[in-house]
Design a protein around this ligand. Structure first.
Ligand code: HEM
Length: 327
């Protein structure tokens, strides 16, 4: 610590650093992408083949797999807890308000797992499958690629309560969103770039009804009225399950138009538009509007960071045989 001028100052600074880092999730211990090179050499090919097939059949699946990884990592860390079914003694994350009737991709992960178990049983964790599938999903719709660090193991538990409290809400303020990401060791810049994955995928009317029916100044009036009437997502509470693209311009392509939409007051979710609402993140949004490559590389780096939230490694957890139940 070159900045230390006295031993007292050094001790104080070290204590502050330890206190700060100990309150954040651990981000260490994963191995590189060759982790399964000897134990299951075709693992990564099997994952990418299945992801590409799934996206070919259902374009939205790319978005769903990216979101699945996010919802896994924000609750207990990237440990495949999100995949566990409820049991008589445990209420898992699938029934959290953020996941029920909304989170998708479980069948794709189960299919991959069953193929991997048939060629190298008990080797590839469900948490790693989810992480690699998210990367392959990004690539499948023209998004960036990145190296996925591997070696995550699967949790023995899941928690609806933790999912309900740890995942960000579409009604959150910018400060609440920032705090939520900070609690996972992610910066405001990480948060904005990761939110850029709303360049693909869809949302239910229930998540944007208030916004499109509110006539506030932060929404383009024609954009709002098209969603009230055309979709429809009216104020009377009907049409809860109707879907609209999170990026109305290029809904199935991973690009930076999501950020241009925000600048044009055409963000679908309140939590999207709030990233460009006169606050500290406006400059990041502008940067991504003006430079698609910066968005791409920031997104890739943030996905790597997110994928390292509190992994189970070594002897912790297990390698599940089926992703939806513990062994
Ligand atoms: C900033 C806080 C965030 C909030 C409040 C939020 C909220 C939402 C909501 C409400 C939906 C629509 C769900 C539905 O109606 O079924 C959604 C969809 C989606 N979210 Fe987020 N999200 C956030 C951050 C992220 C992050 C960090 C990622 C990925 C790294 C992500 C990826 C996605 C994707 C890809 C979809 C579309 C999924 C599909 O079509 O199946 N979101 N999000």
């Amino acid at each position: 610590m070159a900045a230390c001028r006295s031993s007292f100052l050094c001790i104080a600074l070290t204590t502050i650093l330890i206190m700060n880092f100990s309150s954040l999730p651990s981000q260490a211990q994963l191995s590189g992408e060759t982790f399964y090179a000897l134990s299951c050499p075709t693992a990564l090919t099997i994952i990418s083949t299945n992801v590409n097939l799934a996206v070919l059949t259902d374009l939205r699946m790319a978005a769903s797999l990216i979101r699945l990884h996010f919802h896994d990592c924000f609750v207990q860390g990237c440990d495949a807890s999100v995949l566990l079914d409820d049991t008589p003694t445990m209420i898992g994350e699938k029934t959290s308000i953020f996941n029920v009737n909304s989170l998708r991709g479980f069948d794709v992960i189960d299919r991959i797992k069953s193929q991997l178990e048939s060629i190298c049983a008990g080797v590839v964790s469900c948490a790693d499958i989810v992480a690699v599938a998210a990367r392959d999903a990004s690539v499948s719709v023209g998004g960036p690629t990145w190296t996925v660090n591997l070696g995550r193991r699967d949790s023995l538990t899941a928690s609806k309560t933790l999912a309900d409290s740890n995942l960000p809400r579409f009604t959150d303020s910018l400060q609440q969103l920032t705090d939520s990401f900070a609690s996972k060791g992610l910066t405001q810049r990480d948060m904005v770039s990761l939110s850029g994955s709303h360049t693909v995928g869809q949302a239910h009317c229930a998540t944007f009804r208030d916004r499109v029916n509110s006539n506030t100044s932060d929404i383009d009036p024609t954009f709002a009225s098209n969603l009230r009437v055309g979709l429809p997502c009216p104020a009377d509470g009907s049409g809860d399950t109707n879907l609209a693209p999170l990026d109305l311009v290029t809904p199935n392509t991973f690009d930076n138009s999501f950020f241009r939409n925000l600048r044009d007051r055409k963000g679908l979710l309140q939590s999207d538009q709030i990233l460009f609402s006169g606050g500290a993140t406006d400059s990041i949004v502008n940067e991504y509007v003006n430079n698609a490559l910066t968005f791409s590389s920031d997104f890739a780096a943030a996905m790597v960071k997110m994928g390292q939230i509190s992994p189970l490694t070594g002897a912790a957890g297990e390698i599940r045989s089926f992703c939806n139940v513990v062994n």
